[in-house]
Write a protein that binds this ligand. Sequence first.
Ligand code: 5GP
Length: 186
Amino acid sequence: MRNILVVLSGPSGVGKGTIAKEIIRRRADMTLSVSCTTRAPRAGEESGREYFFITREAFEKKIADGGFLEYSEHFGNYYGTPKDFVNDCLKNKSVLLEIDVNGGLNVRRAHDGETVLIMIVPPSVEEIRHRLKMRNTESEEQIELRMERIKYELGKAPEYDYSVVNDDLETTIGEVMRIIDEEINK
Ligand code: 5GP
């Protein structure tokens, strides 16, 4: 038995949030990492639960101190994975990170211990395009941008340790549970 860092990535809409929640619910030996962000909390969000909400100054100081395993900016706010928090959690349990593909690859580079990268893949990229079109909430151009992003992320799958096709949610969760069991018991 060993405590490991598991990164779950995949294009948006692939169901990785649901999978991550379910893994945490089912595994007493695993905890979900809490990221830092400079964005304001939304109604009902609590610092230390959804995120650690910190100021831009504090975030930039933490960057300068090498306090993040990775960080990036989305919509003008910083988001990052705190190194000390993850390492503290790892003393007791394995840690699950739900993060984008570039973040995942950066974490592997920055983290000293064992990192297992799992990508959740949609059954078919064309199916996503079809669903987006049917939903009718985005323009043709926005749909194409999202498709480019999805193809970019899926193009990084060979750099991940595992890819799991999310055809049936329960089967996918079972497969991810099996991979984690195997890696923890290595
Ligand atoms: P939201 O503000 O909706 O909670 O998140 C905005 C975006 O930030 C999402 O795409 C989310 O995946 C990303 N994000 C959340 N935490 C982190 C993190 O620790 N690192 C990186 N790179 N992105 C994150």
